[in-house]
Design a binder for this molecule. Structure first.
Ligand code: ADP
Length: 165
């Protein structure tokens, strides 16, 4: 059976934490679909097209023998419907310290009832990237702080460009 995993997120912008999880997820499945959520309620800084392009550019750097094929797709609507449409048997999520737990716990329990055949798997980033959050990276960048340890040079340039405007 070909294992397909879906890693959903807003990726506004993708951080070194997300990229760490991409690398781990690629070892577990044959095909990794990265679903970039529209997520209007979060009022993203980057448009959906910009976020898809940034995630694609980061994924293009990740390949190697035995690693999953990656597809980066814009994601509309209900997560479980999107997962079913992709043929995913697994949903992958990153888990940071306690702050993610409550939300993820609730989401997983409810998603399980929508489709009990799809398993949610949690991955932890390397300790250096565990605390990184897109929201804080944006805040630091907007205040002129150095974000080099949190995002790639390409994402850093894109962020600085946004805040120059
Ligand atoms: P954020 O929560 O920072 O707005 P996303 O919604 O794009 O980011 O997150 C997508 C997924 O990636 C979620 O499962 C989230 O917990 C996970 N994630 C984000 N940052 C990290 C990190 N530094 N380490 C591990 N997982 C992370």
């Amino acid at each position: 059976m070909r294992r397909i995993g879906l890693y959903p997120g807003t990726f506004d912008p993708p951080t070194n934490g997300h990229i760490d999880i991409f690398g781990r997820a690629m070892k577990l499945v044959d095909e990794l679909v990265i679903g970039v959520a529209v997520n209007e309620s979060k009022k993203p800084l980057f448009s959906l097209d910009e976020r898809v392009a940034m995630v694609k550019a980061e994924c293009a750097k990740l390949n190697g023998p035995g690693l999953a094929e990656i597809r980066v797709l814009p994601m509309h609507g209900l997560l479980m419907k999107f997962a079913e449409a992709c043929g995913a048997q697994i949903i992958l999520r990153g888990l940071r310290a306690v702050q993610d737990f409550e939300y993820e716990f609730q989401m997983t329990a409810m998603n399980e009832q929508l489709n009990p055949d799809i398993e949610t798997v949690f991955l932890m980033a390397d300790v250096r990237h565990q605390a990184v959050a897109s929201r804080l990276v944006k805040e630091i960048a907007s205040l002129g702080g150095n974000i080099s340890s949190f995002v790639t040079p390409e994402v850093k340039t894109a962020l600085l460009e946004k805040y120059r405007k």
